[in-house]
Ligand binder design. Sequence first.
Ligand SMILES: Cc1ncc(COP(=O)(O)O)c(C=O)c1O
Length: 367
Amino acid sequence: MAEEKERVYNFSAGPAMLPREVLETAAKEMLSFRGSGMSFMECSHRGAEFKALYAELQERTRRVLKIPDNYSVLFCAGGATHQFAYIPLNLCGPEDVIDVVQTGNWSKKFAEEAGRYCKINIASKSSDFIPAVETWKLTEGAKFIYFCDNETIHGVEFPEVPKVPEDRILIADMSSNLFSRPVDISKFGLLYACAQKNFGPAGCTLVIVRNDLIVGGPKQADKCPIVGGYELLKKKDSAYNTPPTYNMYIINLVLKWIEETIGGLDKMAEINAKKADLLYKYIDESEHWSGIAKPEFRSRMNIPFRCTHDDMQAKFLEYCKPRGLITLKGYRTMVGSFRASIYNAMPLRGVEKLVEAMKDFERDMKF
Ligand SMILES: Cc1ncc(COP(=O)(O)O)c(C=O)c1O
């Protein structure tokens, strides 16, 4: 595969790499979007250009993810963190309970914020694996079970949608793995993802919610900011106020790339698995590196790892830089570690180059 010309391989956990083709199209259309004489950034959210693009984006999102008709697709301003509040404000009364399966920082943060608006029960707690559903301490009468499908920091991913009792409704944060593989939307009441990892720039979050859960407006209408009410956003085509229009434009280009250049989510999943397998295989093979998450729950998107020799973090990061391999430092609380985030837009060549760098580093350090 060709090297990325002029560009680095950016292993950032997000904002992350975008496909080269998307950036090239955006550059080409910067001064005039589809012959309008305006950048899409300059187009009114009440104008014909935005309306046409939004219709295209809705249709494309539904097609790529195979979203059933009884679900709404909302493009919300702000990050996934905003939804930590909007989810309970829209779906729960103050006395309702959400059972949270806490597998890392992001599910913990959800519990902290959502707990200001409803009751939270921590059904299980772990950080490098996912406990079996049978061991979760679920609350009698709780309507929702919440989990983070891919914990970006610890690199722990649910291998499949958890099989929960039929009267429970699943809510999932898929911020770091939505669009990386096919997902059966019908198994969820709500799922959501910020765009800046797998499908666009930061500042826009996709919320997919079953319609029956949002009829009648937000459950805590007295507390929920009007701008975050799901039923209103559905009615207003995600544009009650001025939405992040340019983000939506880029998201549409990324989804078009997934559909037309990659060939859809099955193919995307195949490519992502190949990249992750390559890196894990080397981490497992070499005595000089070790993984962090338990193998059955390893993420295909975020791969945290360590060098088995002490104090090598700064040296390896410096070693990688001239090879165009950047942002490999582990999360700040995981001292001395590395993390390779290899989302959709990271080419296979980037992962090959990282493995080459690891091999060469071992040789040059004379381990
Ligand atoms: C799994 C997960 N959830 C939520 C968030 C928060 O997203 P945002 O920064 O867009 O609010 C992140 C961001 O890294 C994440 O990885």
